[in-house]
Design a protein around this ligand. Sequence first.
Ligand code: KG4
Ligand code: ZN
Length: 336
Amino acid sequence: MRVLGIETSCDETAAAVVEGGREVRSSVVSSQVDLHARYGGVVPELAGRAHVELFTQVVTEALEAAGALDGAGGSPVDAVAATCGPGLVGSLLVGLSGAKGLAMGWGVPFVGVNHLEGHLFASLIEQPDLGWPLVVLLVSGGHTLLVEMEGPGAYRLLGQTIDDAAGEAYDKVARYLGLGYPGGPAIDRLAATGDPKAFAFPRAMRDDSYDFSFSGLKTSVVRTVERHPEAATQDVAASFQEAVVDVLVAKAARATAAVGARGLCIGGGVAANSLLRRRIAEAADRLGVPAYLPTLAMCTDNAAMVAAAGSWRLDHDGPSPLSLGADPNLFLPLIA
Ligand code: KG4
Ligand code: ZN
């Protein structure tokens, strides 16, 4: 079964063809970073319009690259999956409506996909032999979740951020430091040349739950730079990154041990962070479980993960109704 996946929840217009739920035949991602960079963040109205402009081209490229347009007549794919939430509503609607139109035109099933579940499926695509349960640290621009995954579709929430997402903290601190947008990659690069011990930034909620808090850290960075205007930006960046990664890894490792997980996995845009990847690998090593680090392209938003999650949902729950709406606040479906 060949599924066309479509992702337009934020500022990447993406389409991919995945076969058998796992084989990525094509994956096209068109980033709108240049469009939003001068505003220092994603401008929702501009993002929605850009998705409209890019949609046809990105979908066509994905179908062509997968060889799906080679056959004579018939439908190029067996189903169409699209992200229906969470995300920016004006952006979600573009991919969702486009996907429904294609499914109707081709006479194939349509399935709506939860973007967060998509991120969880990213590692499943690349790792055929996962042992369950897994602990997954999902860290993106909009979310910071620690999830126990018993298998596809079976998620238990261990903790989440009570304020800013980890990626949001990166983006806000980078903006404050004048490093531009998106902030994560910029801080990651600059931190490599700085001293992570230069400033002892706070580690919030270090000992209690599996929840996270990053807004105090951001404020602390601002106060520190105000007090030490002479501080080298790379030292601030490195110390900030050290504080974020320290907390993320400590909690993910503690959860892995507590749950008796058979693997520690990361996902979402911040999972592309070089220090986080290194520290998660070391932590997993210490715990004697495998670390699953998706490739960088599979960490950030893409449509292959949407097609993979969509394939599984289609098998498990069947198609979604064409009346399915976009839900900007959709949360991961949890088990008790
Ligand atoms: O998953 P994603 O592509 O989009 C959302 O669903 O939010 O994540 C984007 C986030 C942004 O906040 C970006 O700054 C962050 O991921 N990010 C990184 C890195 N690459 C992207 N954060 C830290 N280090 C990186 N290398
Ligand atoms: Zn995402």
